[in-house]
Ligand binder design. Structure first.
Ligand code: ADP
Length: 996
């Protein structure tokens, strides 16, 4: 239709004539967006009222019918309405109606200049189209200010942010809702939009290279990252839990920076230079066990970035899940990887990608779950060209090691097992996630339960069951325990002890949650749901055996998983940022998949004993580097591939170990009754025997590897990580006979378990097994995360412990109080090392009591804590009455002269002290003079360490004088004190035992 003809028509006539064409333009995309935008404009111009809108947009009615309704409405309103309508359509769909009949009014821009006659609510209406466009990119921020200013509740926000609404619909709902909250709320929104426009334009000024397309893309990426990270998926089955409402800080450790350990670290600090081990590398690794909160931590990073709260120096953030990357079969270029797997730029792809290449320091990539990638990290196949296509894992490895996109920061999460030396070489830094602190548990439980009384009851029952409290350091277990609070409170104190107990509880919880019928008499809950358990179990089991964590509808059908099985809540629909969006599922958490796999291994009549032994003998397989069959091959199922690559066995070990741990727990005598109705009891019995045999064999193999001691050395066993795992399996099985039997064969005098990732849960298991040792041993647990709860868990084995080494373990005075309460009565206990914990003067009264009471106590090392003169005075009180202590280490505290004097006073006549260290304690000459008294009078002292203090010539002269009367002392260390080189030279001549 030509322009001339159009001009000849009246607007109403034209509306009738072109009705079909207009309807097509508005509705053919299938999206209601165009229609709603037209209505926004008509509303803003006062042509439509709220009631009109309700009559047009009828929920549930077909889009075309709604559009027809609008056309009818403007037609009946007359010629002026029709003209405005055409104007609106022309602005929104400039190409849709061919030549312009009416010249559209200029697209207005947001204008916040004061207009005295208009109220803020009026402004919201008249600027509605522009506000919708603006707000759709910053809904989170707008809601945040509304909540902070008290106008919106979290329920208001939830209603607006329901995932069924598009961002622009959420913006419209927000505006509609604000209107009902009054003028002040409207003002808050207007101000927020104004501010964010200002900050945007300042961003554009500081980054003049940002084009409109780039800014658009950035907004799209932000809103997609925000949508993906807003809710926590473990709550997916039951309710929507906004991450903001539940997120609780987790403990972190920077392995190379012990001063900062366990201190809260913000994301800026983590990505920044603190704790860097390689400034040239771009990858920050966050490692932690399954369930320690890695994915949630990364999700938090994504959300805060999308909300504009952290890491704003990075203009783009591309989040990847290794789990999902596994299913990418094609070779891709980096550009395809970014755009197809994260966010597709509607326009200007080349330009945006060029920006990324030109400004790598403004871009952040994150990769969640490197351990779940089917391939282990290798540094072999190098590619440097961003346009070169390669398999996704090759791209990923090249990105991590920096030959591709050098300068782009990457944050990777992984379980520790998947982090080998090849990867470590390319790390900027590594942080360890250590789960919740005791106060974190408290905080999480309170956030989880909206009813404070309920939260208090849960916390009370945790305090009464320290084994369970220990488990709750792992966020996933804390979540389960909170989720199952009814079962927890109903099951009697202390009955939940093991991880298996907790997972059985959640299994029962999910089933009861969905059960509508009453159980038949004599049928237990498991039997009633056996079908579901076996279907889901098989899916989980097959997944574990071939490293699959995402399941297609076909996978599920193969295992017989039905709709009603899915409804139970163990599976959630897989989130996917990529373009491919066929429906897929994954288990709520990997540990739940392992648990269901373990249940299947036990209950399925098709899995025999060999499947059990393969699970436990995986280490063997790894050691022998066998290429061959994994345990999947032992299942009489044709679906499981029986060739498993060697590297995949390595990568999969952690999941198989977790599964084996659950198998041990489920085969405990305590649960045998539960299986009677569900499987062949003969078969279960056989499987139990098999698991016991494997555990016992595993322990013996471990003991056989203990090297013969060197002359005069103690026979020492350095535990391999598998040792702790085997111990945990025995604990899960609650099998005292097995524990006793294993320990009767251990002949070491010293057990070294340093850097073994031992937390409270492992301490519980260790104590359960080690308490059966025949002879006392030294237990060295340095550099783990034992904490106060772990110390408490270790108490049952303290009677067989003669020396306890707990350096760098996050222990406070409270842990020490409990420990000393116990060991004060145990004559074997003679040495303790607590270097680098969180001890203060408050712990010294307990040590003082220990020293007074125990006259065979030999060694106390408290270096690098926070002990001052007051603490030293307390220790001195105990030392006055002690006749046995040989080693006292206080390196790196702050006892000063006063503390040194108190100690010297207590030790001056000592006949036992051999070694005393006050290195780095602000000790001056007064303290040194006091120390001279010990040299003068003690008959036992051999080494005195006074390095790194502020001792001057006077102090050294006093020490020199005292040495004249003493032959026992071998050396007095005085490096780095307040002495000139001339003084040092001179004094060195006086006594060779002085070391400067
Ligand atoms: P990982 O990735 O280490 O296996 P996840 O991050 O998946 O662990 O955590 C498992 C579950 O534990 C989450 O789904 C959530 O319910 C809970 N969780 C983990 N970390 C936190 C946290 N920081 N705050 C609140 N809940 C958490």
């Amino acid at each position: 239709m030509g322009a001339d003809i159009m001009k000849a028509c009246l607007p109403q006539e034209l509306l009738l004539k072109r009705r079909a064409e207009i309807l097509h333009a508005l509705c053919s995309s299938g999206s209601v967006e165009h229609l709603e935008r037209v209505m926004d404009m008509l509303l803003a111009q006062g042509e439509l009222g709220w009631e009109d809108c309700q009559n047009v947009l009828v929920p549930g009615r077909a889009l075309y019918s709604n559009a027809r309704q609008l056309l009818d409405l403007v037609y009946t309103k007359g010629s002026a309405s029709c003209e405005l309508f055409f104007n609106a359509v022309k602005q929104i769909l400039p190409e849709a109606l061919g030549d312009a009949f009416f010249s559209p009014r200029c697209h207005s821009t947001l204008d916040f200049r004061e207009k005295p006659q208009r109220t803020p609510t009026d402004e919201l209406l008249t600027q509605r189209p522009e506000l919708v466009l603006k707000l759709q990119d910053c809904i989170d921020g707008a809601l945040r200010v509304l909540v902070e200013s008290g106008h919106f509740s979290s329920t208001d926000c939830d209603g607006i942010q329901l995932p069924i609404y598009t961002p622009s619909q959420q913006a419209r709902r927000l505006l509609d809702h604000v209107r009902s909250k009054g003028e002040l709320a409207s003002l808050v929104v207007l101000k927020y939009v104004q501010q964010s426009l200002e900050s945007e334009s300042s961003l554009e000024q500081t980054n003049p290279s940002l084009t409109k397309e780039f800014v658009k893309y950035q907004k799209k990426l932000r809103s997609s990252v925000s949508a993906q990270s807003r809710f926590l998926s473990t709550y997916g089955g039951t309710s929507h839990m906004p991450l903001d409402d539940i997120y609780t800080e987790v403990q972190m450790e920077l392995p190379n920076n012990s001063a900062d350990n366990y201190k809260f670290m913000g994301f800026e600090e983590i990505i920044g230079p603190v704790g860097s081990v390689n400034d040239d590398a771009d990858t920050v690794l966050a490692s932690g066990e399954a369930g320690s909160g890695k994915s949630t931590w990364l999700q938090r990073l994504h959300l805060l970035w999308a909300q504009g709260k952290v890491l704003q120096d990075f203009l783009l953030l591309f989040p990847f899940s290794c789990r999902r990357l596994n299913s990418e079969q094609r070779d891709l270029s980096v550009q395809e990887l970014l755009f197809q797997h994260c966010c597709w730029p509607d326009r200007g792809q080349e330009e945006i990608f060029q920006f990324i290449l030109d400004h790598p320091h403004l871009v952040l990539f994150t990769f969640d779950g490197l351990d779940e990638l089917k391939q282990c990290f290798v540094d072999e196949h190098r590619i440097c060209c961003p346009s070169q296509r390669a398999p996704v894992h090759v791209l990923l490895f090249n990105l991590i090691q920096g030959s591709l996109m050098k300068g782009v920061r990457k944050v990777v999460t992984s379980r520790p097992e998947a982090v080998g030396p090849a990867l470590k070489k390319h790390l900027h830094k590594e942080i360890h996630l250590k789960g919740f602190s005791p106060s974190g548990i408290d905080c999480f439980v309170r956030k989880h339960h909206s009813d404070p009384n309920e939260a208090a009851k849960v916390l009370e029952s945790l305090q009464a069951n320290t084994a369970l409290l220990g488990l709750c350091h792992s966020p996933v277990l804390c979540w389960i325990v909170s989720q199952c609070h009814k079962e927890l409170l109903g099951c009697g104190e202390g009955s939940l002890q093991t991880i298996t107990d907790v997972y059985l509880m959640i299994l029962q919880h999910f089933f009861q949650h969905h059960s509508t019928v009453k159980s038949a008499i004599g049928v237990n809950w498991l039997q009633e749901n056996l079908g579901t358990v076996l279907h889901l179990g098989q899916l989980a089991f097959e997944g574990i055996s071939n490293s699959s964590y995402i399941f297609s509808v076909t996978d599920m059908e193969t295992c017989g998983v039905t709709e009603s099985d899915i409804c139970m809540g163990f599976l959630i629909q897989s989130k996917d940022m990529s373009l491919a969006s066929s429906k897929c599922y994954e288990f709520l958490h990997i540990t739940l998949q392992c648990f269901l796999a373990a249940l299947f291994a036990i209950l399925s009549r098709n899995t025999g004993c060999s499947a059990i032994s393969k699970l436990f003998e995986l280490q063997e397989m790894k050691k022998k580097r066998l290429r061959g069959t994994c345990f999947g091959a032992c299942l009489n199922s044709t679906n499981i591939p029986n060739i498993v690559e060697e590297h995949s066995i390595m990568a999969e070990t952690p999941n198989l170990q977790i599964t084996a741990t659950f198998v041990s727990g489920l085969l405990s005598q305590r649960y045998q009754k539960l299986w009677i109705q569900c499987s062949s009891s003969v078969l279960v019995e056989k499987k139990t025997k098999q698991a016991e045999k494997c555990l016992s064999k595993g322990m013996q193999q471990h003991f056989r590897s203990i090297p013969q001691p060197m002359q005069e050395e103690k026979k020492s066993m350095h535990a391999m990580p598998e040792f702790v795992w085997l111990i945990k399996c025995i604990y899960e099985m609650q099998n005292i006979r097995l524990a006793k039997d294993a320990m009767s064969k251990l002949e070491a005098e010293h057990l070294k378990l340093t850097y073994c990732n031992i937390g409270p849960v492992e301490c519980t298991a260790l104590a359960y097994v080690l308490q059966h040792l025949k002879n006392p041993v030294g237990i060295q647990l340095d550099n783990n995360s034992v904490g106060d709860v772990g110390v408490e868990q270790l108490l049952p084995c303290m009677h067989i412990c003669n020396s306890l080494y707990l350096r760098n373990n996050n222990i406070t005075d409270e842990g020490i109080r409990k420990l000393i309460d116990k060991v004060i009565h145990l004559p074997n206990f003679q040495k303790i090392a607590l270097f680098n914990n969180r001890l203060t003067d408050a712990c010294t009264k307990h040590f003082s009591y220990l020293l007074k009471t125990r006259q065979n106590f030999l060694s106390l090392r408290l270096g690098n804590n926070n002990i001052t003169a007051e603490g030293a005075k307390q220790l001195a009180e105990g030392l006055k009455f002690n006749h046995s202590l040989q080693y006292l280490g206080l390196w790196g505290n702050k006892i000063g002269n006063e503390g040194a004097e108190a100690l010297a006073n207590a030790l001056q006549n000592s006949e036992s002290i051999v070694w005393l260290s006050l290195v780095g304690n602000d000790v001056g000459s007064a303290g040194a003079c006091a120390m001279s008294n010990i040299i003068r009078n003690s008959t036992s002292l051999e080494e005195l360490w006074l390095t790194e203090n502020c001792i001057t010539r006077t102090g050294v002269e006093s020490l020199t004088e005292a040495l004249k009367h003493n032959r026992h002392v071998k050396s007095v260390w005085l490096k780095n004190n307040d002495l000139t080189s001339a003084e040092i030279e001179e004094m060195q001549q006086t006594d060779s035992r002085l070391v400067f």
